[in-house]
Design a protein around this ligand. Sequence first.
Ligand SMILES: [Zn+2]
Length: 132
Amino acid sequence: MPMARKKPRTSRANGKTFRIRYCDPGTVKGDDGTVCRGTTDFERQEIDIERLLPPDIEGETLLHEHLHQLIEPLANVLPDDLEEVICKALGIALFASLRESPELWRYVLSIASPRPRRPRVVKSLLTGGGLG
Ligand SMILES: [Zn+2]
C-alpha cells in the first residue's frame, strides 16, 4: 500500500499546534548548544527537525519531538533528563511498533479520524431517473 510521504508541517497536542520546520544539517541545536537531530521550543511552539535524515531516523525524531509536546503537561514534575529518556525510548519503540503492527495502527487511526462523508450529489444523480 503506497503511503503518503508529504512531510507534516504541524504537530498538534494538548490543544496547541506547533509548527514543524525542516532545517539544514548542523543548524539544529539543543539548549546546551550542541548539534542534534531535533528540538521542541514550547515558547515559540516550534519543532525543528534536521533535513536529510535517513527515513527511519527522521521518523523516530519526529515521534521523539511530538512526545515532548505530548508530555508537556508533566514538565513540572518530570526531571529534564528523565523526560529525555522517556521521549527517546518511546520514539524508537513507537516507530518500531508502526512498522511491526501497521494493521493495529491503521485500525486505531480509523477510529480516531472522522469518517469521510459520502457525496450525496452522486447518489441523487444516479437515482434521479429521467433516462429510462
Ligand atoms: Zn528530546
